[in-house]
Design a protein around this ligand. Structure first.
Ligand code: ADP
Ligand code: MG
Length: 682
């Protein structure tokens, strides 16, 4: 960082001890902190034509008062002032809350300029500023800062201007000129000045783009450092993998691998063979064939004399994996066993012994895998499926059970690649971005609940073809609070509806493990044709003969979850269908249903979901682990995040970066990061 930016903020003229203290409350200590205390939004005072303004957008309009204001009081402090207002031939309503004192300014025939939020449906502006006459401003975009204590936006603006004046000429740029030219970005000095004092919206956006890029580039460089430090520190083990045996295993598979599967298998094998510890995320949409990739990698490690563990979030899934892994691995003399809550007593003790002495080579389990009494003989590879459901801590415990085992996290949650990289920071990412050949697109329909009869007829039509159906409900049983379908009721309704014609099963989280097994088994054998269930079948469940997925109250689920549920069908050769029964009230809710009907691709879906909802919702607010950026927004700027990631990786690996003068600023930053991590970068 350049010197000026590191000076204490008190060196800015006009800032004394007391102000400096107040600024600390905003975490502003240096001139740099002050200059990078960006507005959290801008007030746009540019006059607009109401036809061009979107619903709920902020707007400034100029017009003539048409009616005397009416005021309603609610209690002592609350009131609402309302009047009719003519803007460019359009008659609208203006409402102010708790500003009854404005009454004297609002008289019929007066010209006013009003700023507020536009409600397109009710033709109303909820105002927060009102000025007499037609207001002429020198700039129409005015920054609004977050302030605290006694500090006002006005004072803050003054200090920032002063700091710019005093230190602006000393600001140096971290970014080399060639990058600025490549992306047509303004210099740092220019960007700062435009963000704090934007001449127009265009130029402000431009400046923002520059700060976003800088912020992301620094972040990605830091990630490069973490990754390197991690690799240098982790004493993995170089494993020699017998290539011919793996080849033989792959040729014996019931199907040829897709190109993408082959590619990720190679990436993973390379990691296993290397002398650093693998820390890799494997992303692949529902049904893209992650299990077989896991099987190949486990086979590879077993051939090299190690054990492998696969950890999954539910027993149903664990059992299913045991089945498919047994059929793939046992012909090659690999022992696969389950370790889950349902394995108890003597059987469990016996399994633990065989894990400890290395007799069982592949262990599949739930959380039971990470209990204290589980010891491996030689654990070389840990795989978790649907990793987002395990906390960081659980993953660490499992990893610590081996001697630095390689770790692979598999997930079907389609996180946009760039976000995956920022969320999981220092991990490497492999993506299966291709579906096995011959898969048909699942046709998805959005139906209102009153169309249920037709949906039931549709289900029946498919059942007559020998197919099966899932019906998903948000709740297990009736709830007083929520007017939502529950599995128990729906199960009863469907049983009555289909009477003796079809068998309807019921599945939910409160059943005992053995009951769940029985229900699942009956459904996979097609003894039960319809399975009413809560979302316990969400992950992994594989019954290829099921072709219909009906989801009640679909608006209550996230897009990622709906996509997972939909992924339970379309697993065989037959055309499959997904019906969303939903009556969402909000625009966003409707949009989400529409997106589901429009795309089958998990990645596209996740990107659109992010745009609609923000990453907190997608990952669960707390666990998102996304870093806080000052200007940048990982959701809306994720393309820039990807560009920055590529640039950072290229730089980090290039000779020039470590030698040439123009990279000095960035290099210094990188070196600081390295030192913070207790390691010198060479
Ligand atoms: P997911 O990635 O959702 O875990 P699975 O591993 O369960 O997907 O695979 C879904 C289905 O696709 C399984 O029935 C599996 O046998 C099949 N499958 C996997 N890879 C291929 C392939 N290359 N060609 C054909 N079918 C495949
Ligand atoms: Mg799976």
């Amino acid at each position: 960082m350049s010197g000026a930016m590191n000076r204490p903020v008190i060196e800015v003229n006009g800032i004394g001890e007391e102000t400096a203290k107040q600024l600390e409350g905003l975490r502003i200590y240096t001139v740099g902190d002050l200059l990078e205390h960006f507005p959290f939004r801008y007030e746009d005072y540019q006059l607009k034509d109401l036809h061009e303004v979107k619903h709920e957008e902020r707007v400034t309009v100029n017009g003539i008062v048409q009616s005397e204001p009416s005021i309603r009081y609610f209690g002592k402090k609350k009131n609402r002032l309302t009047f009719r207002f003519l803007v460019n031939q359009v008659l609208i309503t203006v409402t102010f809350f708790n500003r009854a004192f404005l009454k004297s300014k609002v008289t019929v025939g007066t010209e006013l300029t009003i700023t507020g939020k536009w409600d397109q449906h009710r033709m109303t502006i909820t105002g927060n500023e009102l000025q007499a006459g037609q207001v002429i401003r020198d700039t129409t975009i005015s920054p609004i800062y977050s302030v605290a204590g006694k500090l006002t936006t006005k004072a803050l603006k003054k200090y920032i201007y002063q700091a710019m004046k005093q230190f602006g000429s000393e600001l140096t740029d971290l970014l080399p000129d060639e990058l600025l030219q490549k992306y047509k970005l303004p210099t740092k000095k220019e960007a700062l000045s435009r963000l704090h004092c934007p001449p127009n919206a265009e130029s402000m956006k431009h400046a923002r783009r520059r700060m976003v890029y800088e912020e992301f580039l620094l972040f990605q460089l830091k990630m490069q450092v973490f990754r390197k430090v991690n690799r240098d520190k982790s004493q993995g083990k170089a494993i020699i993998i017998p290539k011919e045996e793996i080849e033989r295993f792959m040729t014996e598979l019931p199907f040829p691998l897709t190109g993408a599967q082959e590619r990720v298998v190679n990436e993973i094998i390379k990691d296993i063979e290397s002398d650093y510890r693998m820390n890799r995320l494997l992303q692949g949409d529902v049904g893209s064939g992650k299990t077989v990739v896991a099987a190949i990698c486990m086979y590879a490690i077993v051939c090299s004399g190690y054990q492998a563990a696969l950890m999954v979030p539910t027993e149903i899934l664990a059992e299913q994996h045991v089945q498919s892994l047994k059929s793939l691995l046992e012909p090659f003399d690999v022992t696969v066993e389950l370790l889950a809550g349902s394995v108890k007593g003597k059987k469990r003790r016996e399994r633990l012994d065989r894990i400890k002495n290395g007799d069982i080579q592949v262990v599949v389990g739930t959380h039971a895998l990470i209990q204290d009494d589980v010891h491996f003989s030689r654990l070389g590879l840990v795989i978790t499926d649907e990793q987002h459901r395990f906390g960081v801590e659980q993953r660490r415990v499992l990893r610590d059970k081996g001697e630095n085992p390689d770790v692979l996290f598999m997930t079907a949650t389609p996180i946009p690649r760039t976000l995956a990289i920022s969320v999981f920071g220092d991990m490497d990412v492999s993506i299966i971005d291709e579906m096995p050949a011959g898969r048909k697109t699942i046709e998805t329909y959005w139906a209102k609940p009153d169309m249920l009869e037709r949906v039931l007829d549709f289900i029946e039509k498919e059942l007559k073809e020998g197919r099966q159906a899932y019906v998903i409900c948000p709740l297990i049983e009736e709830s007083e609070k929520l007017d939502v379908q529950n599995a128990i009721d729906v199960h009863m309704i469907l049983q009555q509806h289909y009477k003796d014609k079809w068998k309807v099963g019921l599945m939910h989280g409160r059943l005992h493990a053995s009951e769940k097994d029985a229900v699942m088994e009956s459904f996979s054998l097609n003894e039960t044709q319809i399975l009413v269930s809560t979302t316990v079948v969400e992950v992994g469940v594989n019954v290829p003969n099921a072709t219909i997925m009906v989801i009640y109250d679909a608006e209550r689920f996230g897009l990622a979850q709906l996509h997972q549920l939909r992924g339970r069908v379309g697993r065989g050769d037959a055309q499959s269908y997904c019906v969303l029964l939903a009556d969402p009230k909000s625009e966003v809710g409707k949009e989400r249903m529409k997106i589901m009907t429009e795309t089958n691709d998990g990645f596209t879906l996740s990107e659109r979901d992010l745009e609609l909802r923000g990453p907190g919702d997608f990952f669960g607010a707390k666990q998102s682990g996304l870093p806080d950026f000052k200007v940048a927004d990982v959701v809306h700027d994720y393309r820039a995040l990807e560009v920055a990631r590529q640039d950072a990786a290229t730089m980090f690996q290039s000779k020039q970066f470590w030698q040439e003068k123009k990279y000095e600023g960035l290099r210094q930053y990188v070196e600081q990061q390295g030192v913070l991590n207790g390691q010198k970068i060479d």
